[in-house]
Design a binder for this molecule. Sequence first.
Ligand code: BDR
Ligand code: CA
Length: 313
Amino acid sequence: MAPLKVIIDTDPGPDDALAILLALAERERLEVLGLTTVAGNVAVDLTTINALRMVELAKRPDVPVFRGASRPLLRKLVTAEFINGPDGLEGAGLPLPQLEPQAPHAVEFLLRMLRAAPDRSITLCPLGPLTNIALAFAQEPGLAAKVERIVLMGGARDLGNVTPAAEFNVFVDPHAAAIVFGLGVPIVMFGLHATHHAMATPERVARIAALGTGVARAVDGMLSRPRPGGVARFGVPGHPMHDPCVVAFLLWPELFQGRDCHVAVETAGEATVGRTVIDWWGQKMLAPNAHVIERIDAETLFNRLPQSLAKLG
Ligand code: BDR
Ligand code: CA
């Protein structure tokens, strides 16, 4: 079967980094057309550097990186150095990249790729705030027809992680998220209620570290750092691997279960801005606009991860 054509929109961040490495490792299954960067975990200059670091670490200089939006559509940028360190990849121990981002701007790259593509042929994988994706479709809404589906990390059915109501990616740019959930494109949504089950525990990280490769050392360094709120919040030590779930879903959909629901995004409420209102029980009788993942077979996922990463050498 021909590999799936994907564009990863990302704000690396350690979990984005692992998601990118997994996608680049599985090149027979996934054709990564490009990485587009966005401000989120850290400022866009740093997320771009970190995306380039992943491409170099994976020895995939053929995968272009495009620098995207430096701030959300309307709100002031909020970043997460307190979790990921000042450069967003603390512990990875990676040098600055030699590669440079490509022209054009990430949004223009998205537009060009979609214009040139047959209908329903591109899978978009947003792993950060949805600013670039919203800007692209705001310019040319008709290009939604070119998208096979959007598989994204964002939102939460239960508690948020940046406020009690909101998950980070949607909180950072709720207006962009509202645009994306309104596109009418098939969406698969990985919210915190699902990704908090994908914990990179010390034992799971050790299985990756045992590969003994440069990739394994970088992943081990990033994921062995203590996490603020650690055991008290999640019941087990380690970092939740939110974003790798998106790529894992493309590779191994049998590991995930969810439900079609209507999802609305709160853009205005003072205490609730960034909340994804997931109509889990269909109470509002609205047509579903997303397949919301609920369950993850995390043990199988973390068994398969080292096998995939081993392909990067
Ligand atoms: C999301 O926010 C970021 O910090 C992570 O990379 C992930 O995409 C989790 O809320
Ligand atoms: Ca991310």
